[in-house]
Design a binder for this molecule. Structure first.
Ligand code: SF4
Length: 325
């Protein structure tokens, strides 16, 4: 029942103001022409270091921050230009869960009220008894005791709060959920439980996920497709299996080389540092290919002109002169 989410050339540029007259002195190009597709019933992971613009992109396609350019089509319908009255019914279909479930849950409301509020706002179940029944079933489904509906968010652990946030998203019967690092604030054992739950729910309800993360182990576990983002742009995209087995873009290779390994006893070894310094600022991105100051293959053209998209076999896309034909 899901629909395809198609994002084309999405841009979010924030003005930077300076001086007492608050004149616009430049723009931060947080998202600078992102094109991606989330197939119905599948997971696309959007991967990159913090500050690459992935969260802003996720919020922009749900209109939680304003896009300054591009198109977002959901089931063929362009949503960025929709007036509020026509956008509201689509909000049921498109939900988001956040990294920090505590700050996304109102601390003054009981869990049952949190779930009910979302349903009422989006017109799900007009009958109070039906809503109560639905809340019980949802809490059960995400692994919480339905009696917990009378408790407040602070009475729960981080993992339980994320289960509540998932139940709140599910309450309005979405078909696509933007998951913004939903497990990165949790302990490793709890992370696995939440990832399993998300996978089960996908199979059960045919959900599509846009899964925002910096963690390639999570990508490997959950995602069918992966898009790698660097300073506001997608630099490589393809099936998870192919991209992780044979990364093409030097940045994807660098991310993979920095994944922590485990030793023979199964203990985690310290993560190798990401080489060649930190990601530059989106306010003053490097000229040409933004990755050139960290890339061992950089040549003159890399420093002057941003590479175009190159399509490789198997639907792989890469933006790098090493593959320009
Ligand atoms: Fe490196 Fe050039 Fe490819 Fe950019 S375009 S990743 S600088 S080789």
């Amino acid at each position: 029942r899901g629909k395809v989410l198609d994002v084309a050339d999405l841009k979010v540029h924030f003005p930077v103001r300076k001086g007492i007259f608050r004149r616009v002195a430049g723009h931060v190009k947080a998202v600078d022409g992102v094109t991606l597709q989330v197939p119905a019933g599948q997971t696309l992971a959007l991967v990159g270091e913090s500050g690459c613009g992935k969260t802003t992109a996720g919020k922009a396609l749900l209109k939680l921050v304003q896009a300054t350019g591009g198109e977002v089509r959901y089931g063929g319908q362009e949503v960025l230009s929709l007036p509020a009255s026509r956008w509201r019914p689509l909000r049921r279909d498109l939900q988001m869960i956040f990294q920090d479930p505590f700050s996304s849950l109102d601390p003054r409301m009981r869990v049952g009220e949190i779930l009910e509020e979302g349903m009422q706002a989006l017109g799900v179940e007009s009958d109070a008894a039906a809503r109560a029944e639905r809340i019980e079933a949802l809490l059960n489904r995400v692994g919480l005791d339905p009696a917990m509906r009378y408790r407040f968010p602070h009475e729960f652990s981080g993992g339980q709060r994320q289960r509540i946030a998932i139940a709140r998203a599910l309450a309005v019967s979405p078909s696509l959920i933007v998951c913004d690092e939903p497990t990165s604030a949790l302990d490793v054992s709890v992370q696995a439980q939440i990832l399993n739950l998300l996978r089960e729910l996908q199979a059960e309800y045919g959900l599509s996920y846009l899964f925002i993360t910096h963690n390639l182990a999570v990508v490997d576990y959950l995602a069918h497709q992966v898009a790698v983002m660097y300073l506001g742009r997608i630099v490589e995209q393809g099936s998870t299996e192919e991209v992780l087995r044979e990364p093409r873009h030097p940045y994807t290779r660098m991310l993979l080389a920095a994944v922590p390994r485990v030793d023979v006893a199964g203990d985690a070894l310290p993560a190798p540092a990401i080489p060649h310094g930190d990601m530059p600022s989106a306010l003053n991105p490097p000229s040409g290919c933004h990755f050139h100051p960290r890339c061992e293959h950089a040549s003159d053209i890399c420093r002057s002109t941003y590479p175009a998209e190159t399509r490789l076999s198997g639907g792989r896309m890469v933006r790098c002169y090493l593959y320009d034909t």
